[in-house]
Every structure is written in structure tokens, then in C-alpha cells.
Design a protein around this ligand. Structure first.
Ligand SMILES: Cc1cc2nc3c(=O)[nH]c(=O)nc-3n(C[C@H](O)[C@H](O)[C@H](O)COP(=O)(O)OP(=O)(O)OC[C@H]3O[C@@H](n4cnc5c(N)ncnc54)[C@H](O)[C@@H]3O)c2cc1C
Length: 535
């Protein structure tokens, strides 16, 4: 796909979902926009792969429950045939002792199931779910706001602040105090205050460490959990939403929405640098040597890569160069995709019922298990007992993704550190695949005999293939030091970069990673505000 020759009002670097969302908003506002994507296909982390002939698996991301409703409505994604599938089960967490935890979309049903394990935890669950929903509703306001300019507060910042204060007041004084107390907390403490059973604590706390180089005892992991439930129906269980046809179908819909709004999209077009003159953006140069001009460049690739690789270091200056190099991107996530001859059977209670396996299956039997798995990564190793988030999307969506009777299994593996203490990822790739299958085999005996194809994607592959610095799935660690006004850096959280005309629109910008469309929509909003202010 090759675009026209311009001139353009704006160039979007990277055709990940956020780049496409941003381009669609800008084109709808009448700007002449082109998206330049390095790979042969758009979608970034919404890519698809073929672990065996006839099988199609989500290469990287598998669930999309965090997609902002506003983006879906504004860009009329349903008109482009976006169909979301929401199984009634959210989480199935098999335990080594043969028991299991099932978290349903309906908290009363979950509480009913928990009764067999612990009366106390069953009674605590509905209240905990209400608390998570209330606190996450405030986080949704935080995510929708543009962080203030702390150096020079504007009228817009003041109005944004008032809106946040109002949302905070609406929480009521009890929940208001509670959110201030819990945000910096370790998720192990957050769930430990409500629940007594390790299995329940592990299943609930896992979202607080998802994609992060943090364990459940790390400060700030409660904020990660609450952010995951912000603006969606996640509650305590979290969401489990799939795109019919796979995540790639969402990328296709966003491509149609961007093109339908008038944006041009070019693939196999790698941007080598952002061109500038007198401290202002003038366009981009491609690795092919071609140059495109535009007064606005919006980067959907990660902030570290944007600032350190695309921008002239002289333009950036030594201080900002140093600060950018300190943006934390410690990738610890790998992906294993399995093609299965038929549906596996988990040996724990309920593990033979396909409806219980239709959401997220968690190998996270307790806080200690998670913390130990994380510990290994601090010393550059992968734990012998890793934390796995597994989905079998072919249960809820059998549409053409495996041969008759077959299934695909999509496995997120933590913690697999980008920087290994010994060896390298090219040598360790198959060992990681073996470890994942061995771990699953203990919970689903016979699984290894069902595997007809396997694909292992290491953090190094994420960097090489998908352009993610150190393989970080979220373009930057979701710690408190890189949250809201600090994402990606204090003073640069408002999408605008220090070179005039350069903006960020990817997951490394506020409100962060996940398949949300939030950074893409937020960046477009600020670009359009700046254009309006100039007129
Ligand atoms: C293994 C894995 C599993 C995940 N699972 C989930 C999940 O289940 N649910 C969820 O919500 N989130 C998940 N995430 C996180 C989520 O997918 C990402 O945060 C999000 O999709 C990133 O979208 P993006 O548009 O910001 O960036 P990306 O998807 O990273 O897109 C950036 C694009 O820029 C392109 N690019 C890079 N360099 C250049 C260049 N120089 N010139 C032109 N183009 C360039 C890349 O090829 C890419 O297409 C997962 C991430 C990973 C890695």
C-alpha cells in the first residue's frame, strides 16, 4: 500500500491501533493525513499469526475489553462490522490441589461459587467488586483528561482540574479517601485486606502485575489493577472480551474507519527520522530515502524510540536526551501460541466444561507464586513456575480459526526478562516454549499430545519485529513514576514533544497501554486544539 505524495497536514508514524485511531480523528476533522507503517500490515500488537497450517491465533494481544467506548462510538466502528464477544466467564484459575476459582461477569454468581472454598471470601466478594467499580470509575475520568501543564496552568487545565475534582467528589468521602489510600498500594495488600484464601488473592491480584516488571508486592500495582477496570465492565474480575474474527479484525475495522474518514495509509514504510528546521517539525524521512512533508508529525511508536531514534539529538538537547534514555521500558512479557488438535481438559474442578475456559485462564495460584515468578526476573531468569494468562479464543468464536474440532491457545508468559543474565533469547526460545507447555501440562494433563504447532515470541522478537523498545508491551512501564502527568516524562505528558509540531499518540503516552485507543484519541484532541489556537 503506497500513499500519495502530499502535501499533508499531519503524518502519523506507526499504524498500530492508536496510530489509526489518531489518524481517523484527524481526518474526520478535515486534515489531510497519512499513516506510515513499517510492517506489511497495520495493527501493531493486534497482529495475527499461524502457529500451524489452517490455524490463526492472536500473535500478541488477545483481549480487547479496555477499548474505550467513546472511540467505538465516535469512529462508528460498529458500522464497520466490529463485533465484540463477551463470554459470561471472566477468569478460570485452576489450582495445583485440584480446586479452581471461577470469576463470572455476575459477581453474585462468583460469590456463590466461592462459598464452597471460603464463606468469608464469598461474603467479601460483592462488596470488593462494588469497591473496584467505584474506584475504577474515577480512574476513567483520570484517563479521559489531558494531564495539566504543571509549569504553566491554562484555563483548559483549570477546567480539566474542576472536572476531576467533581468526579472525585461524586465518589463520596469514603471512596474518595479510599482511592487516595490504595493507589500507591501493593496489590497483594489490596486483595489481602478483603480475602483470606491464597487462590482467590492470586486470581484477583494478577491484573495488577499484567505486562509489568513488578510483582504483587510492588508499590503502585493497585493503580495498575484499577486502571485495567477503568471505563469498562471489568469490576473485580476484570474483562474478557474478544473481537469476532480475532484482534486483526479490529485492526481491519480501524483501517476502514481511518480510510473512510479520508486518511491515507501506507505499509512497508519505515520512518527513519523526523525532519526539522528551526526547532519545528517539517516532516519525515523514510528508510527508503523518500521524504514527506507536514507541519505535524504524530508518533505512535514508543516515546524512547521516538525521541532517541527519530529526532536529531542536537534538536533534543543533552538534558532531554538523558531524560528520554531513562524512560523505563523493562520488557518482561513473552507470548506462546499453540495450535491444538482438540480442546484440552483441565483436571481441576470444572476444568472439563468449555464454558469455564472461554474467558482468561490464569496460572496464578496465589500471591507467593506470583512474587516468586517475578523474583526470578530481577536476576535475569525465567521462573520454573511462570505466571500465565491463557485464552482459547476458538471456544467463544469458532469462526474459521482452526480446522474442525481444533483450537488455538494464546499464552501470555511472565516474567520473561528482555535482559537475560545468561544466554540469549534466540538460544532460549524453544526452552521457553517447553516450559510453558510443561507448566500447562500439570494443570491440563495430556495437553502436550494435542499440540500440532507452536510459536514462541520472545521479548527480543517483540523489539525486532514490532519495534517495541526492550520488548515492552505497553511502550513504557506502568509504574507510578510513569503515570498520568509523569507519562512518559514529567512535563511531556500532554502529547506534545519539545520539538514544535511533534506529538505522541501511542501507548507510551497518557493514559497508557492496552488496546484502548485512549492515547490516539487524546493526541488527536490536543493536535486539533493547537491548530484551533493558531488560527
Ligand atoms: C505480547 C503482548 C500481548 C498483549 N496482550 C494484550 C491484551 O490481551 N489486551 C490488551 O488490552 N493489551 C494487550 N497488550 C498491550 C497492547 O496490545 C498494546 O499496549 C497496544 O496494542 C499498543 O498499541 P499502539 O498502537 O500504542 O502501539 P503498537 O501496537 O506497538 O503499534 C506501533 C506501530 O508502529 C510501527 N512502527 C514502529 N517503528 C516504526 C517506524 N520507524 N516507522 C513506521 N512504523 C513503525 C510498528 O510496526 C507498529 O505497527 C499486549 C501486548 C503484547 C506485546
Amino acid at each position: 500500500m503506497t500513499a500519495g505524495t502530499g502535501p499533508y497536514d499531519a503524518i502519523v508514524v506507526g499504524g498500530g491501533h492508536n496510530g489509526l485511531v489518531c489518524a481517523a480523528y484527524l481526518a474526520r476533522a478535515g486534515l489531510r493525513v497519512v499513516v506510515l507503517e513499517r510492517r506489511g500490515d497495520v495493527g501493531g500488537a493486534l497482529a495475527e499469526s499461524e502457529p500451524a497450517p489452517g490455524y490463526r491465533a492472536p500473535a500478541l494481544a488477545h483481549t480487547v475489553g479496555r477499548l474505550h467506548g467513546r472511540v467505538v462510538r465516535d469512529l462508528r466502528l460498529s458500522d464497520h462490522r466490529l463485533t465484540l464477544i463477551r463470554p459470561e466467564v471472566r477468569v478460570f484459575a485452576p489450582q495445583p490441589d485440584g480446586r479452581s476459582i471461577t470469576l463470572w461477569g455476575d459477581p453474585t454468581r462468583t460469590a456463590g461459587d466461592l462459598r464452597a472454598l471460603s464463606r468469608k471470601d464469598a461474603e467479601a466478594y460483592p462488596g470488593f467488586d462494588r469497591k473496584v467499580r467505584a474506584l475504577a470509575s474515577f480512574m476513567a475520568h483520570v484517563q479521559a483528561a489531558t494531564p495539566p501543564d504543571l509549569k504553566k496552568l491554562s484555563v483548559a487545565d483549570a477546567l480539566g482540574g474542576v472536572r476531576l475534582v467533581r468526579a472525585f467528589r461524586r465518589l463520596g468521602s469514603k471512596a474518595g479517601r479510599e482511592i487516595l489510600r490504595v493507589l500507591p498500594m501493593a496489590v497483594a495488600d489490596f486483595v489481602g485486606e478483603a480475602f483470606e484464601i491464597e487462590a482467590v488473592r492470586g486470581a484477583l491480584a494478577a491484573r495488577g502485575v499484567q505486562y509489568a516488571a513488578m510483582g504483587p508486592w510492588s508499590a503502585g500495582t493497585t493503580a495498575v489493577l484499577l486502571s485495567d477496570s477503568a471505563g469498562n465492565d471489568g469490576g473485580a474480575a476484570g474483562q474478557a472480551v474478544f473481537v469476532q474474527g480475532g484482534p486483526k479484525a479490529l485492526a481491519d475495522v480501524l483501517l476502514m474507519a481511518a480510510r473512510g474518514s479520508g486518511a491515507e495509509v501506507e505499509t512497508a514504510a519505515e520512518v527513519a527520522s523526523v525532519t526539522t528546521q528551526g526547532g519545528r517539525v517539517t516532516g519525515v524521512a523514510l528508510t527508503s530515502g523518500r521524504e514527506l512533508t507536514a507541519p505535524i508529525v504524530v508518533s505512535g511508536i514508543d516515546p524512547k524510540r521516538t525521541l532517541l531514534r527519530l529526532v536529531d539529538p542536537v534538536e533534543l538537547g543533552p538534558t532531554l536526551g538523558w531524560r528520554a534514555s531513562n524512560i523505563r521500558t523493562p520488557g518482561v512479557v513473552a507470548k506462546v501460541n499453540l495450535a491444538l488438535e482438540r480442546l484440552p481438559r483441565f483436571s481441576s474442578e470444572g476444568g472439563g466444561e468449555p464454558r469455564r475456559l472461554a474467558g482468561r485462564i490464569l496460572i496464578a495460584p496465589g500471591i507467593d507464586y506470583l512474587e516468586r515468578a517475578f523474583d526470578a526476573s530481577k536476576y535475569g531468569r525465567v521462573s520454573e513456575e511462570p505466571y500465565l494468562e491463557v485464552t482459547i479464543p476458538t471456544i467463544a468464536d469458532p469462526s474459521e480459526r482452526a480446522p474442525q474440532g481444533g483450537h488455538v491457545m494464546s499464552v501470555l508468559v511472565q516474567w520473561a526478562p528482555y535482559h537475560l543474565r545468561e544466554g540469549d533469547w534466540d538460544a532460549e526460545r524453544e526452552g521457553l516454549g517447553d516450559l510453558v507447555v510443561k507448566t500447562l501440562e500439570t494443570y491440563a494433563p495430556g495437553l502436550s499430545d494435542l499440540v500440532v504447532g507452536r510459536e514462541v515470541i520472545t521479548p527480543l522478537d517483540l523489539e525486532r519485529e514490532y519495534g517495541l523498545t526492550e520488548g515492552h508491551p505497553l511502550h513504557g512501564e506502568p509504574g507510578l513514576d510513569q503515570f498520568f502527568a509523569w507519562r512518559p516524562l514529567l512535563g511531556l505528558a500532554r502529547y506534545r514533544m519539545p520539538v514544535r509540531g511533534l506529538y505522541l499518540c501511542g501507548s507510551g503516552a497518557h493514559p497508557g497501554g492496552g488496546v484502548t485507543g485512549g492515547p490516539g484519541a487524546g493526541a488527536a484532541r490536543e493536535v486539533l486544539l493547537d491548530r484551533k489556537a493558531k488560527r
